[in-house]
Design a binder for this molecule. Structure first.
Ligand code: 0O2
Length: 228
């Protein structure tokens, strides 16, 4: 079995969604899931290419790259099932497509805060990009200090026999915000952390320092650009 099938079968059995005997049902689910993952992978590639193109164009026009790095991920079957269950959505492929916005995720790491807004606007203005929702956790950070600019977008993907509009979650953040979020994310998966309140407080302080540093770096860069 490939990893995806193993992960999915374990998830289905663990969640009591399919009994281990109903092999046909499971096989159908595997095939459907495999096709879905392929479709989401293609959607990620489309979105990633759009940001790469913007970065290349920007570097010619302004002699610098606003994007430092692009990362992408597909949500694991276990997390997909868990989210559908938690939100009381039907556990079907159709339901994944209609109800979940973050099966495909693209993370765009920018140098400066202004770059995030500029790149996001250029991307959102493209004819085939339909912006479904925006969450600006930079202007309004989360209580724990989390900062990022989130967009849920729908883009058309052309397959051999049909066109399918696919949703992708795009997260734009600075290098410093990304560094912070990676460390903070670790807490989600660790259990029984001693002195958790102290760590949360320290992380929040770091988030404030990082925000100030991001602003300062941006103003230094503006100063340097004026000089040139
Ligand atoms: P993972 O492992 O990164 O995929 P929605 O999906 O829009 O209906 P949700 O999930 O509340 O509702 O959306 P939101 O707030 O936009 O968060 C989605 C993703 O943003 C998360 O996905 C994280 O990647 C990131 N994120 C949001 N809040 C935090 C935070 O406080 N800390 C960190 N480190 N990341 C955050 P997942 O599925 O939670 O995780």
């Amino acid at each position: 079995m490939i990893d995806l099938e193993k992960d999915l079968s374990q998830t289905l059995i663990a969640h009591d969604l399919v009994s281990s005997e109903s092999l046909q049902e499971m096989t159908d689910m595997f095939l459907g899931f495999k096709e879905f993952m392929m479709m989401y992978n293609c959607a990620i590639r489309e979105v990633q290419t759009k940001f790469e193109v913007l970065n290349d164009d920007f570097s010619v026009a302004y002699k610098r790259n606003p994007i430092e790095m692009i990362k992408s991920r597909i949500k694991k079957p276990a997390s997909i099932m868990e989210k559908l269950k938690r939100r009381n959505y039907p556990l079907t492929m159709e339901s994944i497509l209609n109800n979940l916005n973050d099966v495909a995720g693209v993370r765009v790491i920018c140098s400066f805060i202004d770059d995030i807004y500029e790149v996001a606007e250029m991307f959102a203005n493209q004819d085939d990009v339909n912006v479904i929702a925006i969450k600006d956790y930079i202007k309004t950070p989360k209580k724990n200090g989390y900062r990022s600019y989130h967009m849920i977008v729908e883009i058309p993907v052309f397959f051999s026999k049909r066109k399918q509009n696919m949703r992708v979650e795009v997260q734009l953040r600075t290098i410093a915000m990304d560094f912070w979020a990676s460390l903070e994310h670790k807490m989600k998966y660790k259990k029984d952390i001693p002195d958790i309140e102290k760590l949360e407080k320290e992380l929040k302080e770091c988030a404030e320092i990082i925000a100030k540093t991001d602003e300062k770096m941006q103003s230094i860069n503006k100063g340097l650009s004026k000089e040139q």
